[in-house]
Write a protein of this length. Structure first.
Length: 406
């Protein structure tokens, strides 16, 4: 899909997505201000104001939602002397504003790959400039063939071949972890340009990394499973207690009615009613305590399940990023090997060879999440970027014939 020149939205028009930061403040109560981040599920935890679904909302829309929910809410705070004071909110004093965007990730043929702070209306060309400009092995331009130069080329080719094989092994390992397929076939000699011994060492290194990852993940999953089982057992016990206490309360209430009836008929002393009511109140209080404990334990169970889901998502995102980095390294190493192979071939046959780029140009590819799906979009230098975009820069080769010099 090709992208042309895009008119970027205004600052306030960017909808909130996971990773965006917001600032919550209260008029006249600076001590209650705080920052929050939209989590991977699109929700944001606003502390004592509660949890809200922020994904897809503008900051102003989230602010209106928070104000409506907070109206009339009572907030307890402590001063420096430890004394408690109570604040009743009316909602209008709450302000919610965007405090930071998801960064842009830039990779490929640039001087510095990594994150770039997003700012509204930033273009791909500006992102390349912030990344230190274009960098590629294709941008060298002084080619002199002599024995020393040949040795340098051979050494550089060997280094690139090693990086290529290492990237192949990393792609294999991360893919096997993502697919949870431990029997996935590892890279073979016909796919790399290193010796069998070196390839075996690289694969063994990735196997050690995978083993450590599996052990760590097994420990995390065991923790979640044990904690969830304990919570479920406690919920079962509390449910039984709740049922028994509810029956006891009904019995106490019936006894209280019977005592009242006997007092009215003059069959028993009036002071007996106080004892009966005390028993009823104690039963009701105990039932309320168990119900509160049950609600709290259910909340703990919900949070455990949410945290486990978040952990699994973070694991997948980490492996996806590692695989993407390995793919980029694989592409850079392949490009370097191809370029140096041309030099070596030209020098060996004592014929002319292609010079490197005389006119620098580059292609822009944007990886963007659209409606929950990652899409690859072809763009140009003046395309405006959005928060969270991943941008890959690829130098285009423009050649002209030159003669090798001795």
């Amino acid at each position: 899909m090709a992208l042309g020149l895009i008119s970027g939205p205004a600052d306030a028009d960017y909808k909130l997505e996971p990773g965006d930061q917001i600032r919550v403040s209260l008029t006249g109560l600076e001590g209650l201000s705080f920052d929050a981040i939209v989590d991977a599920h699109g929700n944001v935890n606003l502390k004592w104001l509660g949890h809200f679904e922020a994904k897809g909302l503008l900051a102003d829309e989230l602010e209106n939602l928070v104000r409506l929910d907070a109206a009339g809410k009572i907030v307890k705070q402590y001063n420096q002397n430890g004394e408690i004071y109570i604040i009743q909110l009316d909602g209008d004093e709450i302000e919610v504003a965007r405090n930071g965007y998801r960064p842009i990730i830039i990779g490929g043929d640039v001087a510095r790959t990594g994150q770039i702070d997003f700012r509204p209306a930033i273009t791909a060309r500006e992102a390349v400039a912030l990344a230190g400009g274009v960098r590629s092995m294709l941008l060298a331009d002084d080619v002199t063939v002599d024995p020393i130069q040949l040795m340098r080329w051979q050494t550089t080719y060997g280094q690139a071949a090693l990086q290529h094989a290492q990237a192949m092994a990393q792609v294999w390992r991360t893919t096997s972890e993502l697919r949870q397929n431990l029997d996935m076939v590892a890279p073979t000699l016909d796919q790399v340009s290193v010796s069998n011994t070196v390839l075996e060492e690289l694969i063994a290194e990735q196997l050690r990394i995978r083993t450590v990852n599996q052990e760590n993940e097994a420990g995390e999953r065991e923790f979640f499973e044990d904690a969830e089982e304990q919570a479920l057992q406690r919920i079962e016990i509390l449910q039984e207690q709740k049922t028994e206490l509810a029956k006891a309360l009904v019995s106490d209430e019936e006894e209280e009615k019977r005592v009242i009836d006997m007092i009215e008929r003059g069959l028993t002393a009036g002071n007996r009613l106080a004892d009966t009511r005390r028993t009823t109140v104690l039963s009701a209080t105990r039932l309320l305590e168990v119900e509160e404990d049950l609600a709290a334990t259910n909340l703990v169970l919900t949070r455990l399940r949410r945290d486990r889901e978040y952990y699994e998502q973070e694991r997948s995102l980490r492996l996806l990023q590692q695989r993407r980095d390995a793919h980029l390294a694989l592409r850079d190493a392949s490009l370097q090997m191809d370029t140096i192979a041309k030099y070596l071939a030209g020098a060996a046959s004592e014929i002319g060879t292609e010079s490197l780029i005389s006119d620098i140009d580059y292609a822009v590819t944007i990886f963007r999440v659209v409606e929950g799906e990652l899409q690859e979009l072809r763009a140009d230098k003046m395309t405006q970027l959005l928060p969270g975009d991943s941008v890959e820069i690829s130098v285009q080769q423009v050649t002209q014939q030159t003669q090798l010099t001795e």
